[in-house]
Ligand binder design. Structure first.
Ligand code: ZN
Length: 271
């Protein structure tokens, strides 16, 4: 460290050096937590997907500050709300279809492959954990998945494309081909209630782990934000990696305020 000071550098590169040094120290600390863990759970939020080009809809200036979210009751009761909901979904299709897993997703998939991470609990709806190679049964989607649709009556799943073709031809979404029920994306809307199976699985995984790693979640939304608390009460170590502060920062055994991708791939490379 000392010899760095001997070199004449301008101020900007000193700051860059310090950032670089901070990042290396964070990677090493994270790698140490991973080495000491037997069973880890990763919990991801919007910040994990922004590096794949999917914006955080809740952030200031984000989608939901421009468009009021359509809640579940409205969707069910109003044909106009359903049309608007599908219009919005198809308007974002190009973005979702083009999104690729980033270095953060890939590092998590590697930890799953090595058997260190048992489950990935996610608030994201973009399917990128599955695309990065995490087996679907190890991804717990608290807010559902926007890459397919489901019938609200019989639960049958459908691809998005036939719904879009019908919508473009008729100006209205089709009913379920099996029972005629309302079709909706596989996401959990405001007012819809959390998916009970996923909540139970996430709770079980959280209680069974000895390391709980939050990545890119502001931990502001309940009940998602309760998982790190449950993990701590079950004596797991808590790591929070997020660009901004979270309400649970003081509870963390390791707090890293940074982007996720480079940090995660660096830490995995050190294992
Ligand atoms: Zn149906």
């Amino acid at each position: 460290m000392g010899f760095r000071k001997l070199r004449k550098r301008d101020q900007l590169s000193d700051i860059e050096d310090e950032d670089h040094q901070d990042r290396l120290e964070s990677m090493a600390a994270l790698a140490q937590f991973l080495r000491q863990a037997r069973r880890a759970v990763v919990f991801t939020g919007a910040g994990c997907s922004t590096e794949s080009g999917i914006p955080d809809f809740r952030s200031p200036g984000g989608f939901w500050t421009k468009y009021m979210p359509i809640d579940f009751g409205e969707f069910v009761s109003s044909p106009e709300a359903r049309r608007e909901s599908w219009r919005r979904r198809f308007a974002t299709e190009g973005m979702y279809a083009a999104a690729k897993p980033n270095a953060g997703h890939i590092a998590v998939a590697e930890l799953v492959r090595r058997g260190l991470v048992s489950d990935v609990i996610t608030q994201n709806i973009d399917n990128l954990h599955q695309l990065s190679g995490v087996p679907a049964e190890q991804v717990i989607e608290l807010h559902g998945n926007t890459r397919y649709c489901k019938c609200l009556r019989c639960g049958a799943r459908s691809a998005l494309e036939p719904i879009r073709e019908y919508f473009e031809a008729h100006g209205d979404p089709p009913g379920c081909t099996i029972c005629g029920g309302l079709m909706k994306t596989g996401t959990v809307s405001f007012g819809e209630g959390m998916p009970q199976d996923e909540m139970k699985r996430a709770d079980r995984a959280t209680r069974a782990c000895d390391l709980f790693i939050v990545m890119g979640s502001s931990l502001l939304v309940q009940p998602a934000a309760s998982f790190p608390v449950v993990a701590k009460k079950s004596r797991a170590k808590l790591v929070i990696i997020n660009r901004d502060q979270t309400p649970l920062d003081l509870m963390a055994d390791l707090l890293i305020q940074s982007e996720i991708g480079p940090l995660m791939s660096g830490a995995v490379a050190l294992l």
